[in-house]
Design a binder for this molecule. Structure first.
Ligand SMILES: [Zn+2]
Length: 74
């Protein structure tokens, strides 16, 4: 009888960890639908929002591309 109880307990714990793992995975997917990209900045020419890491920066202005940076300097 004790062995059965132990087995049921182990099964219960296993199921619990399975559910928790699934829940955490689902929550992680929901939170990180897109990979972490940091701050979004706005292009000073077209207004497009681009990740700061991909933006072209000049002084205190950001641009979506080098073309727009050049366009702004004209
Ligand atoms: Zn732009």
């Amino acid at each position: 009888m004790n062995l059965i109880r132990l087995l049921l307990l182990a099964l219960g714990i296993w199921l619990l960890t399975l559910v928790v793992k699934r829940y955490l995975a689902a929550a992680g997917r929901k939170r990180g639908g897109t990979p972490r990209i940091g701050t979004m900045v706005r292009c000073a020419v077209c207004g497009l929002h681009v990740p700061e890491a991909e933006a072209v920066k000049r002084r205190d202005q950001y641009f979506c591309s080098a073309e727009h940076r050049d366009k702004a300097s004209v």
